[in-house]
Design a protein around this ligand. Sequence first.
Ligand SMILES: C[S@@+](CC[C@H](N)C(=O)[O-])C[C@H]1O[C@@H](n2cnc3c(N)ncnc32)[C@H](O)[C@@H]1O
Length: 254
Amino acid sequence: MKTQNKEQVAPHPVLPEYYGDESERRGRVDGMFDSSAAHYDWINSIMSFGSGELYRRQALERSGLEPGMWVLDVGSGTGVVAHLAQGIVQDKGLVVALDPSAGMLGEAKTRGVSNIAQGLGERLPFPDDTFDRVTMGFALRHVADLHALFSEYRRVLKPGGKILLLEITRPENAFFKGGLKFYMKGVVPTLTRLFRRSSEAQELMRYYWDTIEQCVSPSIILATMEEVGLQLPRRHVVMGMFSEYSGSEIKTNG
Ligand SMILES: C[S@@+](CC[C@H](N)C(=O)[O-])C[C@H]1O[C@@H](n2cnc3c(N)ncnc32)[C@H](O)[C@@H]1O
């Protein structure tokens, strides 16, 4: 087994405005995503000014995804990344979309994602050495433990396989960060309430920003990748706030 037992690394501290402790967090997060699933793609498009799919496709291409590869998309949600990956790997490849939220997976199915699985990134229901790529789009902040997550990624990757994690990172520049916070915690939730008439989706978007603001630094994410034995951990930054984390599984016994 390519796993190690080390201390837990939570992606952010407990956020008491939304849940009391870690045991409550899981149900609360799943509940928010379930009840907002029908609104997620609309929110995503206003959040990214319509560029979300293009950005994800370019990131997949940059990661070297090719026809015939086997891909696991964790935290797949409505399946945006999984669906794009399906188009790249084509019929000779395979894409599995995994998510704990049944509501989000229902939307992924509607989008045309062929293979879906309900589960958590920290406990993947797949055998060792199965996938060429593990992808994760904007879901890193919602897991319980980055150490368990990356150990699982390593375990299910074939030797030579790679991970690609897309995340929003709070900008270092205070002015830029203030503007982003105003847009993501103020404007996006208000538009969501007005146009989608969903208080749950409005709350999800407020929570979304709070997890970005409270998320551990990129250096901790990279150090945790290295600690579990992922090789060449790297962070590529786009527009000062989009982080693309990559790393490879090279050894077969860690
Ligand atoms: C913001 S959505 C991202 C959806 C999609 N990947 C994208 O690129 O837009 C985050 C997703 O992470 C899922 N999630 C939450 N906790 C998770 C966990 N522990 N493991 C895997 N996915 C999780 C949520 O259910 C939700 O669908």
